[in-house]
Design a protein around this ligand. Structure first.
Ligand SMILES: [Fe+2]
Length: 454
């Protein structure tokens, strides 16, 4: 059986609704909104041995918080027509006019009052209700084939514009898209590509859009290997970054370190340099086998636009993923970043992961990075906890960049269920302010958001 159907990754098999969740500690009264996180949750697996983690339909896990209470927990599969069929439900009726009808499993965001599940490539964004039921396909930027926005969008905190990168397997172009708060397309730019690289994330600064041309490529032949993913590693393909003006214009390519960029922490302009802080995987990342020689590290790549070079600096060589910053500093200089270190992730991906971890003390932890001072604080959870991505939520009226909360799902091995853990970002290693006890396990998932009430 695939390792992604077992242990912390094992899917859950039913949808649950629970009200008035028990809490250890105190839920800050100023928090009003929903914390949502999505991930693949397999359904109707035909061949458990060959199951690929990323191929599972998305399931959203959400907690609603208001007036110091955790009002509800819900988990819901995103409904594609296939998911509806597997669940024995009638057709949803609405056809996806811009891409493929797949139950998006990678990110869930709020934009313009809507809750949207996202995935890259041709997957059509899907709108969810406030209570996580699927409304149907939603075409950010209008109904035009291929305008799928990708999995990782960037919301400019000053303009309120949402930037996305649409890349489409089988097409030798990507597209930078910008939509306003009402979901209207306000800018688009074509990015010619040499081949069909996987472009999971990108970066945004005040002046530039930065895209990653990776050694992982779309390959229909890969599907025939039983890998169940259309992407495969091309060891001959060099790693590049492309820089194009936000307002439009041609892309300029730079030779990049030999690595696969999995996620951007943030990016910003520094005169004629573009600073990218990101999590990279080694160039031998084999997405079909879901194996690599080491796990993700936190790095800084500095693109010198005058010299035409990219300099690499390792900020933290401990295995970690899921970098997040305060949404208020996206595309501008930042100081703090937050990542997750998860033993189960490391053990699932790295061949030697069945053996001792690189640092036994550094597992199942959330990390707060001070990228200006070059220091970090580690909030360690118990053995067999599984800390996933954590998001930063600003305190009401907070002025400092880290004045707020860090929240995410962490497995509690004593209960066999997940907690939504809320840390004080400025007292990061202290006991959590609150542990909201969910009634069940939440499988290790991908990305999510805090969606405040408006
Ligand atoms: Fe991602």
């Amino acid at each position: 059986m695939s390792r992604f159907l077992a242990g912390p990754f094992a899917p859950v098999d039913e949808e649950v609704t629970a009200f008035d969740l028990p809490v250890t500690g105190r839920v800050p009264g100023e928090l009003a909104g929903r914390y949502l996180r999505i991930g693949p949750n397999a359904l109707g697996v035909e061949d458990p041995a060959a199951h690929h983690w990323m191929s599972g339909p998305g399931m959203v896990h959400g907690v609603r918080i208001r007036d110091g209470r955790a009002e509800w927990y819900r988990n819901r599969w995103v409904r594609s027509e296939q998911v509806r069929g597997l669940l024995g439900e009638p057709s949803g009726g609405a056809a996806c006019e811009i891409g493929i009808d797949f139950a998006c499993n990678t990110h869930v965001i709020g934009h313009g009052g809507r809750t949207l599940a996202l995935m890259e490539d041709w997957a059509c964004p899907q709108e969810l209700t406030a209570e996580l039921d699927t409304v149907g396909p939603y075409a950010l930027g209008g109904v035009r084939p291929g305008f799928t926005m990708g999995a990782h969008t960037k919301l400019d905190p000053l303009t309120g514009e949402l930037h996305g990168l649409a890349y489409l397997s089988g097409r030798r172009t990507a597209r930078h898209l910008v939509v306003d708060g009402a979901g209207r397309l306000v800018h688009e730019a074509e990015i010619p590509l040499d081949g069909n690289p996987m472009m999971h994330d990108f970066a945004l600064t005040e002046r530039w859009v930065v895209v990653y041309d990776s050694p992982v490529v779309f390959s229909p032949e890969a599907m025939s290997t039983g890998a169940r993913t259309p992407y495969t590693r091309d060891p001959r393909r060099p790693s590049r970054v492309g820089v194009l003006p936000r307002a439009g214009g041609g892309v300029r390519w730079f030779e990049a370190p030999d690595a696969f960029v999995s996620h951007t922490l943030n990016a910003y302009d520094d005169g004629e340099r573009v600073v990218l802080e990101l999590v990279t995987l080694p160039a031998d990342f084999d997405i079909a086998a879901m194996r690599m020689s080491r796990y993700g590290t936190l790095d800084r790549w500095t693109v010198d636009l005058s010299a035409g070079t990219v300099c690499e600096q390792r900020l933290d060589d401990r295995p970690q993923e899921f970098p997040r910053i305060a949404d208020t500093v996206v595309s501008r200089p930042h100081r703090y970043g937050y990542t997750a270190a998860t033993a189960a992730m490391y053990q699932a991906y790295v061949p030697a992961g069945d053996g001792p971890l690189p640092d036994e003390a550094f597992v199942n932890a959330l990390i707060k990075h001070d990228t200006v001072r070059g220091t970090s604080e580690v909030h360690t959870f118990e053995r067999d906890a599984a800390a996933g991505e954590a998001v930063f939520v600003p305190a009401a009226g907070g002025r400092a960049e880290d004045d707020g909360y860090v929240m995410g799902y962490v497995h509690d091995p004593r209960r066999g269920a997940a907690d939504l853990v809320i840390l004080a970002a400025q007292d990061f290693t202290a006991e959590p302010i609150a542990r909201i006890h969910l009634p069940r396990r939440v499988p290790l998932g991908l990305h999510g958001s805090w969606l405040p009430d408006r």
